[in-house]
Design a protein around this ligand. Structure first.
Ligand SMILES: *[C@@H]1O[C@H](CO)[C@@H](O)[C@H](O)[C@H]1NC(C)=O
Ligand SMILES: *[C@@H]1O[C@H](CO)[C@@H](O)[C@H](O)[C@H]1NC(C)=O
Ligand SMILES: *[C@@H]1O[C@H](CO)[C@@H](O)[C@H](O)[C@H]1NC(C)=O
Length: 484
């Protein structure tokens, strides 16, 4: 290109050469000056670093961190089932501390006082005009109605609208921690898929399953509210409300941001395996608990069992069901220990690597067809051989110390295991352990803004004694947990 120019401007070969060199030098100097000026003035040219840092400063420093008061909940309910289902919402709802409504299909039966332990209710608009399946259309529209219901002041204050079913159990601090990672001024759609692959294939991998709850930033909710009715007409053939919402967000070009702490719990049987091996991410929600065995033998009913988990989570929300692994070795035994904080401890009278301990035992089947899988994560079979199964301990009590900002949780062995027999070395010794006492520093919720990392632990057992002690701590930078 330059050569063609040169030939055009300086057809003569002599004399022209000198001027050409001078012009070339000037061009180089001029472009250097221009580039430097541009780089210094915009700071975008070479250094993306400082600019990124500035953006995150604008985001975290310009606004106070997200807390519960920035969230509005919209719970989809129905007047006829609320009396029975409300127990799930009452587990986590904190009157006076949270904003939001239960959205009913009609006025609750007359003469029934609305309980103060529940969110206040509103009756959602009749959605029968959106085709034969009016119920899911009504549910999908609640997102928009919750947005329209914001007062003028709330409209400026509120950062997130969080939708859930009447049988969704939220862990509010962890919800805040997860949403706090994102810029609420952008359009965001946060949630998770189903655990059962058959469900994701049938509905969509791209949608947040509604029972696990999902969050829309205020701008996303505002945009959705503007177009929802057209979407409900276009997608009235879908089964669920969640798929209608996702179809509409897809028209807006907003994809799902996946957060593994939201749980639709599309499984049948016993959620134990899942809860004892949670991914390294904060526990945000649980759902479908009416369809599962009580999550621990500590409750005769599911609600009682859940209450134990919800109560302990108040002591150290960020750590709830976080796993850590340690090994205990003696002359006659090598054990592996897996803690799911606040829920359960597993003691294996043999050696398993962390890569195996972090895989859930399959104590459940798929949601739709009650099949043996597949799930969206790996599972380990729960073998009938008593030597293969871990000894299981469930939470009994919790204590905390303000002075040390730490908790002590104690887990006792499942009664039904006393009669178990196995002739492997180490098993009889393991049977002596009747309880596991876990000491842990209270986890900083801000830890969830950094790269996730499982914590480390150490066991202490005297070689007899009925109690084994486990101390959890932050791992050292390059520390590994390797099997003996
Ligand atoms: C939540 O954050 C706001 C600032 O956006 C602050 O004024 C308020 O006191 C905080 N609330 C709680 C409960 O921390
Ligand atoms: C909604 O409207 C339809 C048609 O007008 C009516 O048949 C139905 O009973 C209404 N549903 C409720 C819950 O009010
Ligand atoms: C425990 O593991 C160590 C190291 O691998 C091994 O030398 C020892 O024999 C094992 N003990 C038992 C009882 O399996």
């Amino acid at each position: 290109m330059l050569q063609r120019w040169k030939a055009y401007i300086f057809p003569a070969a002599d004399g022209g050469e000198y001027r050409w060199r001078r012009i070339k030098t000037s061009l180089v100097v001029l472009s250097f000056v221009l580039v430097s000026y541009y780089a210094v003035s915009s700071r975008q040219f070479w250094w993306s670093g400082p600019d990124c840092a500035q953006a995150s400063l604008r985001f975290s420093g310009g606004h106070a961190p997200t807390n519960l008061s920035h969230i509005v909940f919209g719970i989809g309910g129905s007047a006829r089932t609320w009396q029975r289902r409300r127990r799930y919402t009452e587990l986590w709802w904190r009157p006076g501390e949270m904003r939001g409504h239960v959205w009913l299909d009609e006025e609750p039966p007359e003469g029934q006082a609305w309980p103060g332990t529940c969110p206040p209710y509103r009756v959602s608009a009749n959605a029968s005009r959106f085709g034969a399946r009016a119920a899911p259309a009504r549910m999908a529209r609640i997102v928009a109605e919750a947005y329209w219901a914001l007062g003028k002041e709330e409209e400026e204050w509120v950062r997130w609208l969080v939708m859930g079913d009447d049988d969704t159990v939220f862990f509010p601090e962890n919800l805040v921690a997860v949403l706090g990672k994102y810029d609420h001024q952008e359009m965001r759609y946060v949630g998770a898929s189903s655990e059962s692959v058959e469900q994701d294939v049938m509905h969509s991998y791209g949608m947040a399953f509604g029972g696990g709850g999902f969050a829309l930033s205020r701008p996303a909710a505002a945009a959705l509210a503007r177009v929802i009715d057209g979407c409900l007409d276009r997608y009235n053939y879908f089964y669920g409300s969640d798929q209608r919402v996702q179809s509409c967000l897809s028209e807006l070009g907003v994809p799902l941001t996946r957060e593994p702490g939201f749980h639709q719990v599309d499984i049948r049987g016993d959620a134990y395996g899942l809860l004892a091996a949670h991914p390294v991410a904060p526990l945000v929600s649980l759902h479908h608990l009416d369809y599962l065995k009580p999550i621990s033998p500590r409750g005769r009913t599911q609600i009682e069992a859940l209450r134990s988990l919800v109560d302990v989570s108040r002591f150290d929300p960020a750590r709830t069901i976080q796993q850590c692994f340690c090994y205990e070795s003696g002359p006659a035994y090598n054990w592996s220990v897996s803690v799911s904080w606040g829920y359960a401890v597993q003691l294996y009278p043999r050696v398993l690597a962390p890569k195996d301990l972090e895989v859930p035992l399959q104590t459940f089947r798929t949601w739709r067809s009650f099949s043996n899988g597949p799930f969206t994560f790996n599972t380990r079979p729960l073998k009938p051989d008593p030597c293969e199964q871990p000894l299981m301990f469930f939470l009994d009590r919790v204590q905390d110390s303000e002075a040390t900002a730490a908790t002590m949780t104690e887990y006792s062995r499942n009664e039904s295991e006393s009669g178990r027999r196995c002739d492997r070395p180490g098993f009889d010794a393991a049977l002596q352990v009747e309880a596991v006492r876990v000491l842990a520093p209270r986890m900083d919720p801000a830890a969830w803004r950094r790269a996730p990392r499982r914590q480390c632990c150490r066991t202490r057992w005297t070689g007899k004694g009925r109690v084994m002690e486990v101390r959890i701590r932050y791992c050292d930078p390059g520390e590994i947990t390797s099997p003996p």
